[in-house]
Design a protein around this ligand. Structure first.
Ligand code: SF4
Length: 311
């Protein structure tokens, strides 16, 4: 197998023999395959999207709200290509005919195999690439004929924060060049069908973190200056401190515990308003601003068959 250099870590390891930073081997590992109704309106629609969740991650955000499946080395279930496609095809007719891959960066090759097999079986759902933004443009280039809608995060403008909270050196640079590659492929416009479901284009997500509103306004400034204010942005206020963060705080000596402290709270009204003001002042007009009291309604529980069942 070709050595893995799929993401900015560029581990250059043969994953059939050894593991790189993300600790993912070359098999198909799946955390869950579910219909998900909690995404942005053009993504979920009324019926929901079939989401394939991969385990582990090439970032390790101390505050990750999907931490039960994203911790480095989490295995999920090893499934055959047929098993995965059977599960997807069973759910597709119940969805808006869209198929999302969540945290696909370190499983891009497996994702492509799955999409090709689903298409070979006669299904043609809209493919949505839902990543943390820590991607490599050269990897994304190989997905030009595969992905219809890009749904990346843009988490940080502050690279020190990216390193301390997510162990992701150079995050803003990689997120930016990846965003440009995505737009190069599909354009900056979000195209929807007659029912308002996204069929091509891009939505950029940003989760506002408590205590770090300046990082958020920095993200908006970076996108406005380097890309476009015409993009659809999804600003999220849903942050809440996870049990993992509460339980592991303060963590090991290699990180600075004081930087985690704000993360034990939630985003204040003032903080969220300052980010919304920046959104407006910079000239963004498209997208979604999550309602302020969303902290209690977006908590996945990956021990359930459907982790996004209403609380
Ligand atoms: S996908 Fe995993 S193994 Fe490959 S370069 Fe990234 S972290 Fe390393």
């Amino acid at each position: 197998m070709t050595p893995c250099n799929l993401c900015p870590r560029k581990c250059n390891v043969d994953r059939s023999e050894s593991l790189g930073w993300c600790k993912a081997d070359d098999r198909i590992h799946i955390s869950s395959i579910v219909i998900h109704k909690g995404e942005e309106p053009p993504v979920s629609g009324e019926k929901g999207i079939v989401n394939v969740f991969f385990p582990s991650c090439n970032m390790q955000c101390i505050y990750c709200q999907n931490w039960e499946i994203s911790c480095r080395g989490t295995q999920g279930s090893v499934m055959t290509l047929d098993e995965v496609c059977d599960a997807i095809i069973e759910l597709l007719p119940l969805s808006e005919n869209n198929l999302g891959f969540v945290s696909p960066t370190h499983f891009v090759q497996q994702m492509v195999m799955i999409i090709e097999e689903v298409r070979r079986r006669g299904y043609n759902p809209t493919i949505i690439y839902n990543s943390n933004g820590y991607d490599l443009p050269e990897t994304l280039r190989s997905l030009e004929k595969t992905v219809d809608v890009w749904l990346p995060d843009f988490k940080y403008s502050d690279d020190i924060l990216a390193e301390e909270l997510s162990q992701a050196p150079g995050y803003s640079k990689y997120a930016l060049v990846s965003l440009k590659e995505m737009i190069h492929q599909t354009g900056a416009t979000l195209y929807t069908d007659d029912h308002g479901i996204a069929r091509r284009g891009i939505i950029v997500r940003h989760l506002v973190l408590p205590g770090f509103a300046e990082n958020s306004t920095g993200v908006l400034e970076l996108i406005a200056a380097e890309v476009s204010t015409g993009l659809h942005l999804s600003l999220m206020s849903q942050y809440y401190p996870t049990l993992r963060l509460k339980g592991t705080y303060p963590q090991s000596g290699e990180t600075k515990p004081e930087i985690f402290k704000p993360l034990l709270g939630t985003v204040s009204h003032e903080e969220y308003l300052s980010v919304i003001n920046a959104f407006n002042e910079l000239g963004f007009t498209r997208g979604w601003l999550q309602e302020f009291d969303s902290q209690n309604t977006y908590r996945p529980n990956f021990s359930k068959k459907n982790p996004f069942e209403q609380l």
